[in-house]
Design a protein around this ligand. Structure first.
Ligand code: ADP
Length: 227
């Protein structure tokens, strides 16, 4: 199977179409991400990164254009099919961790696996292994409020990878951290991604972090241009 993990073709998106408040965000996006490829998406705030990532991750639909995940065109698929592909094949990371506050780090990584039909013992073993990979196995029983910002994001990375997706979509994953922590936490993310052979699109303002990925693209006036 050598299909690209993600292929976007001719994606256009406007909000409030045909109203005075219309905002055209994406004007014809073409992007192919190969297996194992890590792409940096660089763009200033408001350029449409979140819109693009949400469309790529099947959380939103384009006005025109197609989204293919692992060779399957998702256009016109049922909500049930789209939800299934999103749960199984796509992992999301946001700037803020969005962990469930009343559950431990381990439980936050176990729960999405249980929702995907994995047994408790296997889910716990995988969660422990992931926490170990990002260097915080000793924090497994801590709740999010008892963790530092960097530790919270590491847990969020593990949760995103809990169901072994093919594609990781990350929106400013270290944007909320101080520069030193951001650097370390980004290193942990890249190690995790490389060790699993995952494909990723990682949005960042930080050009140093962007340079550590395989390829950089810039979102400029609704179109992607090479950096
Ligand atoms: P970024 O993630 O790069 O900051 P977004 O994708 O969040 O950008 O937003 C791109 C543009 O689209 C912004 O001008 C924003 O105000 C507008 N926008 C985003 N979501 C909506 C919405 N639901 N309704 C109207 N405008 C929106």
């Amino acid at each position: 199977m050598n299909d690209p993990v993600l292929r976007l073709s001719g994606i256009k998106k406007a909000y409030n179409a045909a109203k005075p408040t219309e905002v055209t965000v994406l004007r014809g996006i073409d992007l192919t991400v190969e297996p194992g490829e890590v792409v940096a998406l660089v763009a200033p705030s408001g350029a449409g990164k979140s819109t693009l990532l949400h469309i790529a991750g099947l959380l939103d639909t384009p006005d025109t254009g197609t989204v293919e995940i692992a060779g399957v065109d998702m256009t016109g698929q049922s909500d049930r099919k789209r939800t299934g592909v999103r749960r199984r094949d796509v992992g999301f990371i946001y700037q803020f961790h969005h962990l469930l506050p009343e559950f431990s780090a381990l439980e936050n990584i176990v729960l999405p696996q249980l929702a995907n039909g994995v047994g408790t013992a296997d889910a716990q073993a995988r969660a422990t292994g992931l926490l170990d990979q990002v260097g915080i196995a000793h924090r497994a029983s801590h709740r999010p409020a008892e963790l530092s910002g960097g530790e919270q994001q590491r847990v969020a990375f593990c949760r995103a990878l809990a169901n072994a997706p093919r594609l990781l979509l990350a929106d400013e994953p270290t944007g909320n951290l101080d520069p030193t922590t951001s650097d370390q936490v980004f290193g942990a993310l890249m190690d995790l991604v490389r060790s699993t052979g995952l494909s990723a699109v990682i949005a960042t303002h930080n050009l140093e972090l962007a340079a550590r990925m395989d390829r950089q693209i810039r979102l400029d006036a609704g179109l992607l241009v090479p950096v």
